[in-house]
Design a protein. Structure first.
Length: 100
């Protein structure tokens, strides 16, 4: 009885950790996409260079988060492998994360 409750509590803790990671990454990705789409169309060479620099800094930010994204995906896959009680929600969140 106690062991079953401990396992359920651990599963719930891992689920909320996963959901928080997904939420944070999704918000961050939406912000990155918004930043990429709000740029004005460059009208001259200096505008193109400025836009390229902006996109390069966004790419560096994306590369820096690569480990966080991989950790989140791995945690989700681990939860699915354990036949977590919230497997359907975990699958949905993994799909939305990988499709973003």
């Amino acid at each position: 009885m106690c062991e079953a409750r401990r396992l359920k509590l651990s599963d719930t803790s891992d689920l909320f950790k996963f959901l928080n990671m997904v939420r944070d990454l999704m918000l961050w990705m939406e912000d990155i996409v918004r930043k990429m789409n709000t740029s004005e169309k460059p009208r001259d060479v200096s505008g193109v260079e400025l836009l390229m620099n902006n996109h390069q800094s966004l790419k560096a930010e994306i590369d820096a988060r690569e480990d966080n994204i991989a950790a989140c995906i791995n945690l989700g896959k681990e939860l699915l492998a354990r036949n977590h009680y919230a497997s359907n929600e975990i699958k949905e969140r993994l799909l939305s994360l990988t499709n973003q």
